[in-house]
Design a protein around this ligand. Structure first.
Ligand code: PBG
Length: 321
């Protein structure tokens, strides 16, 4: 054949493929989610997420130090209290597990690593919803937002560099920004879960945080059928002062990541969620796919879709590799 263009030339050796690779994932743009549980002396494995644990305070500190050592961008902390109640009191307690975890993490690494916090009530409420309820049992948007604003200030005081509202309440970003500013926390950044879908892929996370949720989150998290709605949500978050925007989950929503990337002028993050982690771990454990290649391909595809920052349970392993 007389071909003047032969694209395969650029795939001929590993060196050539490296030379022309368009996307790569760097450790400093990865964020490791970490769970810290009240009352634990030893880390407790999460069976639906092999390799991931609920940390004790001491093992949390060690994990945060490892993350800094490996050059990660940050860690995202979730707290699991021993007791839950209807209003999620543990979230605003001075000795609440997430608050104490943030302080311990920040003491451990200072500014070498970004300490991020999940601002949500679902880990703290006995009904498992992300907010407080009205008398008729519906999630009360405005009362919940008021609590998120208080949580954000508290998290900042306990050491969070970045606060991440994940409850999908209307107005949550603006309320948090103004509360932080009023408290003099001008440098605390907001990573808004701009487009967070009501997804089956959070399944293993529910075990990770001992969730007591009955029912679903469809009145606040988005319908996976919608893309335009995601753009409306992220536009509001940016207008309310979000410094960073997140899309979640990642793999089923790569088109959303791309679309968001094209309309916002802030960095975009994506959350490679628990179910996405569990699927690959389970298949690899069965010998059904090559684990490391599957992980690399997953993270690269999220990057290629347009996410600059990736939250992933593989962050530490990937960075070390
Ligand atoms: C809410 C929250 C959830 C996740 C992160 N923040 C659970 C939910 O919305 O139901 C899921 C993360 C994952 O699945 O890895 N606090």
């Amino acid at each position: 054949m007389e071909l003047s263009r032969r694209p395969r030339r650029l795939r001929s050796t590993a060196a050539m493929r490296g030379l022309v690779a368009e996307h790569s994932v760097r450790p400093e743009q990865l964020v490791l989610p970490l769970f810290v549980a009240e009352g634990l002396r030893e880390p407790r494995p999460i069976s639906s997420m092999p390799g991931v644990v609920q940390h004790s305070m001491d093992s949390l500190a060690a994990a945060v130090a490892d993350a800094a050592e490996a050059g990660l961008g940050g860690v995202m902390l979730f707290g699991i209290p021993e007791t839950k109640d209807a209003v999620g009191s543990g979230a605003l307690a001075e000795d609440g597990i997430l608050n104490l975890g943030l302080r311990r993490a920040r003491d451990e690494v200072g500014d070498d690593l970004l300490i991020m916090s999940d601002v949500c009530l679902d880990e703290f409420t006995d009904h498992g919803h992300c907010g407080v309820l009205t008398d008729s049992g519906l999630v009360d948007n405005d009362a919940t937002v008021e609590l998120y604003a208080q949580m954000a200030v508290m998290h900042a005081e306990f050491g969070a560099h970045v606060v991440a509202p994940s409850g999908m309440m209307d107005g949550q970003v603006g309320a948090m920004r103004s509360a932080l500013d009023t408290a003099g926390r001008l440098d605390t950044a907001i990573l808004a879960y701009g487009a967070k879908y009501a997804s089956a892929f959070y399944g293993p996370f529910r075990e990770a945080v001992d969730s007591s949720l009955q029912g679903d989150r469809k009145t606040y998290q988005q319908d996976p059928a919608n893309l335009t709605e995601a753009l409306r949500e992220v536009a509001l978050d940016v207008a309310e002062g979000a410094d960073l925007i997140m899309v979640k989950p990642a793999l089923g929503f790569l088109d959303v990541i791309r679309a968001v990337r094209e309309v916002v002028d802030v960095p975009v993050a994506a959350y490679n969620v628990s179910g996405e982690y569990a699927m690959i771990e389970a298949a690899a454990a069965n010998g059904w796919l090559e684990r490391e290649r599957a992980i690399d391909e997953t993270l690269t595809s999220i990057r290629r879709a347009g996410a600059q920052i990736i939250l992933t349970y593989w962050a530490l392993e990937y960075a070390r590799r």
